[in-house]
Design a protein around this ligand. Structure first.
Ligand SMILES: Cc1cc2nc3c(=O)[nH]c(=O)nc-3n(C[C@H](O)[C@H](O)[C@H](O)COP(=O)(O)OP(=O)(O)OC[C@H]3O[C@@H](n4cnc5c(N)ncnc54)[C@H](O)[C@@H]3O)c2cc1C
Length: 443
């Protein structure tokens, strides 16, 4: 008798957890196939630490084949789903096309950078979606400090040493807070010309940093940022980005070669292609994570419009903790649809938030209780270690080394500006290589 096949598209928080839980829930009664462009699960919350030289890039990647030995991994990117024929079309990393038939399908494709209609952003800003972006930014920031140190023009030196982060959510706040520590460590102990003094700006249209989190976390983050010398500009936005700087909506021009775009994410537009009902860009599912009228199709994570049982009328937030738990829930419901166990409604209450501000500083409110320094820092790092599905010892070792040794100030030059476009929803853009040498000046 042939086994049922469950195909999961996407190995992020939701897809990885779904695959792991399914292998236990269905045992050998179904084949679990995971389709993902990379051979690793990416622990996104620690990506700012890769960009600022705290963690080596492989630390935030967890091998899929090592940690999911009973799952069949197909490397590739889904191009489309034929709901009638129950098939997924995909393209592998070498451009070969393939088709996967399924009995059950789990869509867990996550999200992409959110672009705003601001002139120059797509060309001049860089975002934060994967290891290549983090590596690019680490090199780029290092290079700006090195080029500034050798420049004869004081205005050019100042521009290169100015770093602008747009969006003061948890990603932007962490990047600005940790970025300032990174550049301070790059210039420390050197006899540098006047103007080579790193300046970080963190902008947000909202009236406070971490606008979506508890006010007490905002206050902690704001205090740490300002003490560290980060210029926090709330109720401020970018009107235009150019190759030599940005114009703010106040009319002020900030000369810079670095514009880091952290205004948030939007659900991966891949799910729109299914032609099924959508809500706020997310694929509509019922409380069992089932796509209506298709009992064999499920969706979870950022790309799914999951009803929030604790807040009737709203959707669950696009966070790792929700995606991770939805992955487990979807696995149980897929197994139930195959006659193994009973299906469950998805329900999860917020467990609080942690924002790592670098050094020993953090803003954290586990179970809604804001923690003081240094407990917040300890809990934040402990939480990440517990939440990561692998690499814990390596991550802890990097943190220890970072506490004891100066950061390594070298560029590897592996990622060019053109290969990390801000528009991560357009894979064709990502395949356009940047012109040689182009990345040296591009913000
Ligand atoms: C820099 C950053 C920091 C964050 N920090 C936090 C934090 O501190 N706390 C928190 O709660 N949340 C945080 N988040 C949000 C959190 O990471 C997301 O909510 C979570 O990753 C959503 O999980 P997911 O499984 O839906 O998507 P993802 O984890 O994004 O995974 C989606 C997967 O699908 C794959 N994929 C996409 N398209 C296709 C396709 N067509 N075919 C095959 N595979 C595809 C992707 O490659 C990826 O592996 C952060 C996000 C970012 C970007």
């Amino acid at each position: 008798m042939s086994r049922n096949r469950v195909v999961i598209i996407g190995a992020g928080f939701a897809g990885y957890r779904a695959a792991r839980t399914l292998t236990h829930a269905v045992r050998n009664k179904a084949e679990v196939v995971l389709l993902n462009p990379t051979d690793y699960f990416l622990y996104l919350p620690l990506l700012p630490q890769v960009a600022t030289g705290i963690l080596e890039p492989r630390r935030v990647t967890v091998s899929l084949t090592r940690t999911l030995p009973r799952v069949r991994l197909i490397l590739g990117e889904a191009d489309g789903v034929d709901l009638e024929a129950r098939q997924v079309r995909y393209t592998d990393p070498e451009g070969e096309r393939g088709v996967l038939a399924y009995d059950r399908l789990v869509l867990a494709v996550g999200s992409v950078n959110k672009l705003l209609p601001v002139p120059g952003i797509a060309e001049h800003a860089h975002g934060f979606r994967g290891v290549p972006e983090a590596l690019y930014l680490r090199d780029h920031v290092t290079r700006q400090i090195e080029l500034a140190s050798a420049d004869d023009d004081p205005a050019a030196r100042r521009a290169r040493c100015t770093f602008v982060v747009v969006g003061a959510g948890y990603t932007g706040t962490e990047v600005a807070a940790q970025g300032k520590l990174f550049t301070d460590s790059l210039v420390r102990g050197q006899a540098l010309p006047e103007g080579v003094s790193p300046r970080w700006l963190l902008l947000d249209i909202a009236p406070r940093v971490l606008p979506e989190l508890d006010r007490r976390l905002s206050r902690t983050a704001d205090r740490v940022l300002r003490r560290r010398g980060v210029q926090v500009r709330t109720e401020t936005s970018v009107e235009e980005a150019m190759s030599d700087g940005v114009r703010l909506d106040s009319g002020e021009f900030v000369a810079t070669r670095t514009l880091i775009w952290c205004v948030g994410v939007r659900p991966d537009p891949f799910v729109e292609r299914l032609g099924r009902p959508m809500e706020r860009g997310r694929l509509v599912v019922d409380p069992f994570l089932n796509v209506p009228d298709h009992p064999e199709v499920f969706a979870c994570g950022d790309a799914a419009a999951v009803p929030d049982a604790r807040n009737p009328g709203s959707l669950t937030p696009m966070t790792a903790q929700h995606a991770w738990r939805q992955g487990a829930a979807v696995a149980h419901n897929v197994a139930a649809s195959l006659g193994l166990g009973r299906r469950r409604r998805f329900q999860h209450g917020e467990l609080g938030f942690t924002v790592d501000l670098g050094g020993t500083q953090a803003a954290a409110n586990p179970l809604g209780v804001p923690l003081p320094w240094p407990l917040a820092g300890v809990v934040t790092r402990g939480y990440h270690l517990a939440a990561m599905p692998g690499n814990r010892v390596r991550v802890a070792a990097d943190w220890l080394l970072d506490a004891l040794l100066p950061r390594q100030a070298v560029q590897l030059g592996l990622v060019r500006s053109g290969s990390v476009p801000l528009d991560t929803a357009s894979p064709e853009l990502a395949r356009i290589p940047g012109p040689p040498g182009e990345e040296s000046d591009a913000p």
